[in-house]
Design a protein around this ligand. Structure first.
Ligand code: NAG
Ligand code: NAG
Ligand code: NAG
Length: 125
């Protein structure tokens, strides 16, 4: 008898992605509306592409929502302050203004990274 499948599933995390978070003034951030299965210790990139009204600069954020919890800030583009220790080392994102992307990278995934992830945008004049 082989319990390989059960064994594997213990080391698999599920990343739920929000489908679309609509912000004011027609600004949008788009994420794939899919759940992704990744293995523990893998690196993950969660995609975020945005659009913004002309004349505004985006301030970009990543939030995590654990089951039955409120969304929690992982990081913001312009500030590394007040970031919980849980997110200080393995989470990063860099803004490509040409491509209008702000992908979130997670290195060496752990089981507790299983959650819903939201990319958010706040327009600055
Ligand atoms: C994950 O990313 C880290 C940091 O960039 C790198 O050192 C490591 O080799 C990567 N691991 C895999 C499995 O790609
Ligand atoms: C995120 O990961 C991608 C693919 O491995 C890499 O090209 C990119 O430089 C990484 N970005 C950050 C901010 O670590
Ligand atoms: C942004 O993406 C463009 C097109 O892929 C690329 O040429 C450029 O080097 C990227 N900029 C940064 C800062 O990564």
């Amino acid at each position: 008898m082989c319990s390989c499948n059960l064994f594997r599933s213990i080391f698999t995390l599920i990343i739920f992605l929000s489908s679309l978070l609509e912000i004011t003034r027609g600004d949008t951030v788009t994420q794939p509306s899919i759940s992704t299965l990744v293995k523990e210790s893998q690196n993950i990139t969660i995609h975020c592409k945005y659009d913004i009204a002309a004349g505004y600069t985006p301030n970009l954020f990543w939030y995590i929502q654990d089951p039955d919890q409120d969304p929690q800030l992982i990081l913001s583009e312009h500030s590394r302050e007040d970031i919980p220790p849980r997110f200080q080392n393995r989470f990063s994102a860099s803004h490509n203004k040409t491509e209008k992307i702000f992908h979130l990278n997670i290195t060496a995934a752990v089981l507790s990274d299983s959650a819903t992830y939201f990319c958010a945008l706040s327009p600055i004049l």
